[in-house]
Design a protein around this ligand. Structure first.
Ligand SMILES: *[C@@H]1O[C@H](CO)[C@@H](O)[C@H](O)[C@H]1NC(C)=O
Ligand SMILES: *[C@@H]1O[C@H](CO)[C@@H](O)[C@H](O)[C@H]1NC(C)=O
Length: 298
């Protein structure tokens, strides 16, 4: 969806969570681990969370803005973070926002969504068609933002619902510096997934959706500015399939006929939230037992 994104920046949400410092056995048992992805998936599918994401996605879809001009989109995101009680840093590279949930201790997990639209006229006739002539969310970034805010909502509002471990929230610096050149089209590095994070993704995604629903992709030639983040910290980039045969043919990204299947929003929100939480719970004690090898700051 977001992969031919030639325009830099973006909306970042830094999800920062950690186990209670007092918890001595932070390694998750298999049973405890298995509960988290399905619990988050159930939460993300609740009508109030689903409709919340759909509404955000439609408002952004109606009001597309090009890269480095996403002032309204950025404002919408900050309004939602304010309502959720999530502190954030703004601006980052003109319009970017970094929200913070969780602990003051490393490790941290950052989840990123891009938010720029494309300079093309929407050809889909529907109720929430782009209101801006010549601009369209034809790459799904409206849905990327909605899924990320959905994940933030779940993490922020349902921390106490996690049966296995109580999460404790406090603010932390997140200082991975990625420099965006707003004037020139930069030369994009190749987007490479970290091999350990691939293992983590498979574990979480299989748990949530079943192994048969996870497909390993071959490398593709699209450019993706996520690669700049993945150069600064270990990164992982995944796609969410949108095909539903009962709903007809899908148009490719960057087509003026591109449509997002909104049914996928809970999948993305739940995967984001689960990947972050399980990662932090799994790796927290590993890092704290290897004192000196963890980074307070990136
Ligand atoms: C982040 O890192 C940069 C470069 O190392 C430094 O100049 C800046 O003060 C840091 N910001 C915070 C909030 O720690
Ligand atoms: C596919 O679309 C049908 C009809 O809209 C819907 O009932 C079904 O739940 C969808 N399947 C998934 C996996 O979303």
């Amino acid at each position: 969806m977001g992969f031919f994104s030639w325009i830099s920046l973006l909306f970042n949400l830094c999800m920062l969570l950690s186990t209670k410092p007092t918890s001595s056995n932070a390694f998750l048992s298999k049973e405890a681990f298995a509960k988290i992805p399905s619990k988050f998936f159930d939460l993300a599918k609740r009508p109030e969370v689903f409709e919340y994401m759909v509404n955000i996605r439609r408002v952004i879809h109606e009001n597309p803005e090009l890269g480095f001009e996403e002032f309204g989109t950025s404002k919408l995101i900050r309004n939602e973070l304010d309502k959720l009680g999530i502190p954030y840093k703004y601006p980052i590279a003109v319009t970017g926002v970094v929200g913070y949930i969780g602990s003051g201790k490393s490790p941290f997990v950052a989840i990123r969504a891009d938010m720029d639209a494309l300079a093309m006229q929407e050809a889909v006739e529907w109720e929430h068609k782009s209101k801006i002539p010549g601009k369209m969310h034809a790459c799904g970034h409206d849905a990327h933002v909605a899924m990320l805010i959905g994940a933030a909502k779940i993490l922020q509002e349902h921390q106490s619902d996690l049966e296995v471990i109580t999460l404790q929230a406090f603010v932390q610096r997140c200082n991975a510096t990625v420099i965006f050149n707003t004037n020139e089209k930069p030369f994009y590095p190749v987007t490479v997934n970290n091999v350990d994070l691939h293992g983590h993704f498979l574990k979480v995604a299989r748990n949530m959706l079943g192994g048969k629903n996870i497909i390993e992709m071959q490398p593709i030639m699209g450019a993706e500015d996520f690669s700049f983040f993945a150069e600064a910290i270990p990164g992982y980039f995944y796609y969410i399939g949108m095909i539903n045969e009962t709903q007809g043919q899908l148009e490719p990204g960057h087509s003026p006929y591109f449509k997002v299947n909104e049914d996928i929003l809970p999948y993305g929100a739940a995967l984001h939230a689960s990947l972050a939480v399980t990662y932090l719970l799994e790796y927290h004690s590993q890092l704290t037992t290897q004192k000196g090898s963890s980074h307070d700051e990136l």
